[in-house]
Structures are given as structure tokens and as C-alpha cells.
Design a protein around this ligand. Structure first.
Ligand code: NI
Ligand code: MN
Length: 226
């Protein structure tokens, strides 16, 4: 499984033969100028919640690629009205797709569309393929619910957690989340895009090292394989 960081909370995940995009917010991100949304591949677009910094490029990419949306019922309905196909889920549910199984997990945050309409409750995802298990938290506070994930779903290979603070958990809470998740390997996201979420990356990684954990902060366009 190859995970490419596209800036902010946007990821491209290549499984054996499908490409999943997560929360594409690229054309509005000054820091992600080198990523061209017109060349991104996508078989599926997974959306954690309805905020603009998670859905901005969904419509353009879905219409060009024919990608199917996976999100909560309200978000799938919203894009369905624009003629985009989707698969609706809700918290605690799982579904097996042609690339693997997706679990829609709890998040503590909000989820309105840019025009103020209701975007359902925010969530995160566990993506399970035959060889890997990846947790993508979405925008969330630290929550005890995270303890249930390895218990119910199984051991995680990687946890993708927001680390920018202010709108989500910060570094200190992400370290605690990693303990709750029983997963010492963390990919940080939702940092640096706006003034409110700028972080000291070296200090953040050092804090994880001190806690005997690993924080990976990829450059935009950079990737890791698990
Ligand atoms: Ni948000
Ligand atoms: Mn956000």
C-alpha cells in the first residue's frame, strides 16, 4: 500500500489495483501548488466530513475520473444530487469494496457544508486490505473511542492523525491517541496549511521519539509504503 501526501488532509492511497483519494483539498491550498488535480487518479474518494478544507476538489475529480464517493449518508446524498455516484455509510458500520473493507469510525468535530447546510456527523476510516490495516482519523479531538479500534478491527499498521491543534487534536493528544490505538507509527496531517495550525515539525517529531513512537511528516507529494 502506497500513501502519498497531497497536503493538508489530502492523501492518495494506492492498493494492489485501486486508487483511493482522501479529502481532496488541493486547488485551494497554496502549499500544494505542485499537485495538479487534473492528473490525479481516483477509483474512490473517501470523505471524512463536509468542511470545505476536505471537499473542495471532490466534484471536479469525481466528474473527471468517475470515482465513487464513500462517506456518511448526508455527504453521499449531497454529491448524489450533483450526479456523482456514492456509497453511504454511518458510524460503526463496515462494507467490503473491491479494494478491501472500510469501517466508518467516530470523530469529535463538526461537519457543515460551506453553505451552512448539514453534512452529517464527522467520521474517520479504517481501511483494511488483505495485507494492511490503516486508520485515518479525520478531523477529531482525542477520544476514548479510539481504544475500541484495535480491539474491534484488529492491529493497525499505521495511524493517520491530525496534529495541527486548534481545530483538532495537537501533538500531545496525538501521542496519547497512538497509545489508545496501540499503534506507534503515526503519519501526521492537518498541519501548516493555515496560520492557526502551523507547527514546529522538528519539535513534534522529537516529542514522539521521546515517547518511543514515530511521527512521519511527509513533504507534499512525498510518499510512504506500508
Ligand atoms: Ni473540519
Ligand atoms: Mn479540517
Amino acid at each position: 500500500m502506497k500513501i502519498t501526501y497531497l497536503g493538508h488532509s489530502s492523501l492518495s492511497i494506492e492498493t494492489k489495483d485501486k486508487t483511493l483519494l482522501i479529502d481532496p483539498f488541493i486547488s485551494g491550498n497554496e502549499l500544494a501548488k505542485e499537485i495538479d488535480i487534473n492528473t490525479l487518479q481516483a477509483d474512490y474518494i473517501l470523505i471524512t466530513h463536509a468542511h470545505q478544507d476536505h471537499i473542495l476538489d471532490v466534484e471536479a475529480i469525481a466528474k473527471r475520473t468517475g470515482a465513487k464517493i464513500i462517506s456518511n449518508y448526508e455527504i453521499v446524498t449531497h454529491f448524489g444530487e450533483k450526479g456523482i455516484e456514492g456509497h453511504p455509510m454511518n458510524h460503526g458500520g463496515k462494507w467490503t469494496f473491491d479494494f478491501g473493507t472500510v469501517h466508518y469510525t467516530n470523530a469529535i468535530h463538526s461537519s457543515s457544508f460551506p453553505d451552512g447546510t448539514y453534512g452529517g456527523q464527522p467520521g474517520g476510516f479504517v481501511i483494511e486490505t488483505s495485507h494492511h490495516r490503516l486508520y485515518i482519523a479525520g478531523d477529531t479531538a482525542l477520544t476514548l473511542d479510539m481504544k475500541l479500534i484495535p480491539d474491534v478491527v484488529g492491529e493497525l499498521d499505521l495511524a493517520v492523525l491530525p496534529v495541527g491543534d486548534n481545530f483538532t487534536m495537537g501533538i500531545k493528544e496525538a501521542i496519547k491517541a497512538s497509545t489508545f490505538l496501540n499503534c506507534n507509527k503515526v503519519l501526521g496531517y492537518h498541519f501548516d496549511t493555515f496560520g492557526y495550525i502551523k507547527i514546529d515539525k522538528i519539535a513534534a517529531m522529537n516529542k514522539f521519539t521521546k515517547a518511543k513512537k514515530e511521527l512521519i511528516l511527509l513533504p507534499i507529494g512525498g510518499n510512504i509504503k506500508i
